[in-house]
Design a protein around this ligand. Structure first.
Ligand SMILES: O=C(O)C(=O)C[C@H](O)C(=O)CO
Ligand code: ZN
Length: 278
């Protein structure tokens, strides 16, 4: 399992491009026929890329050992959003069919979890976020229509987008996990500008649906001392609690945001006036 240790902003501000990428970017999330996992030491949020091909994949010792339990979800919860072909997830004997842009929440205590692609020629791509849990909440599938679509931004500021909240307290209980998807309108390129921080929770952004030659310039860092990451399709920015998380793409794109930490209040943000960004 890949590990991302917590970096203080005074160290982050001394880093060059390559070191910034090593600490804050997950370059290869989806590996055909494999489960990839990255344990961040920001609120211990663990990020998963699961891409089954001809044979099913399952959680096992590789996921449980780094978190020190006998099975992965013994003291954790996990949420998945599928950005690939149809997936079949079996959780303690119950089968869930999860299509493109559908999601599944699995609560603490589920022992056996396996993942298959319904059509190996069109493999599922399950993006998962897992946080430490203290209670069991019911397993639930969430469709994009249930995810409270809400418009944000405007074409005049090149940030017209729709936000979908899949796992949040208004829809289902989770211990820590808050997760959703934001999709930009054609012609819009900016996300999360005006920018914000929320020292109470960390966040991670998976960017997807970027054409092969496109990228997002992801802005990170303290508002008064920003840095950037050049992010390609299906790569993840890990955003520490002290960091802004915002980006401008060379074309429209979508991204999945996931958070864990002290609260689940989506609106609890420290907004940064545009004139204060440096
Ligand atoms: O488009 C946006 O703006 C977002 O999706 C913002 C993220 O959801 C976020 O940063 C929540 O804290
Ligand atoms: Zn945020």
């Amino acid at each position: 399992m890949d590990n991302r240790h917590a970096v203080h902003y005074t160290q982050a501000e001394t880093l060059g491009t390559e070191e910034l990428r090593q600490h804050f970017l997950i370059e290869k999330l989806f590996v055909p026929g494999a489960i990839s996992a990255t344990l961040t030491h920001y609120d211990r949020l663990l990020l998963l890329g699961i891409m089954p091909t001809t044979t099913p994949l399952a959680f096992g010792e590789a996921e449980a050992k780094p978190v020190g339990t006998s099975f992965f979800l013994e003291r954790r919860e996990v949420g998945f959003i599928n950005i690939g072909g149809p997936a079949r997830i079996v959780a303690d004997g119950t089968t869930w069919e999860i299509g493109f842009q559908e999601a599944l929440y699995l609560g603490m205590g589920i022992r056996e979890v396996s993942f298959a692609s319904v059509d190996p020629a069109n493999p599922a791509k399950l993006y998962g976020a897992s946080a430490p849990a203290h209670a069991t909440h019911p397993t639930r599938k969430v469709t994009i229509d249930e995810a409270s679509p809400a418009p944000l931004g405007a074409q005049t500021t090149a940030n017209a987008r729709t936000i979908y909240k899949y796992f949040h307290p208004g829809l289902l209980p989770t211990c820590q996990l808050v997760m959703g998807l934001t999709r930009l309108e054609p012609g819009s390129i900016w996300n999360t500008m005006p920018a914000h921080t929320h020292d109470r929770r960390m966040e991670a952004y998976l960017y997807f649906e970027l054409p092969a030659d496109a990228f997002v310039v992801h802005l990170m860092g303290r508002p008064q001392n920003t840095r950037h990451l050049m992010i390609r399709n299906e790569q993840v920015a890990v955003s520490p609690p002290w960091s802004i998380h915002s980006g401008a793409g060379t074309s429209a794109y979508a991204f999945i945001w996931a958070m864990a930490g002290d609260n689940q209040s989506f609106a609890d943000m420290d907004h940064i006036p545009m004139g204060e960004l440096l």
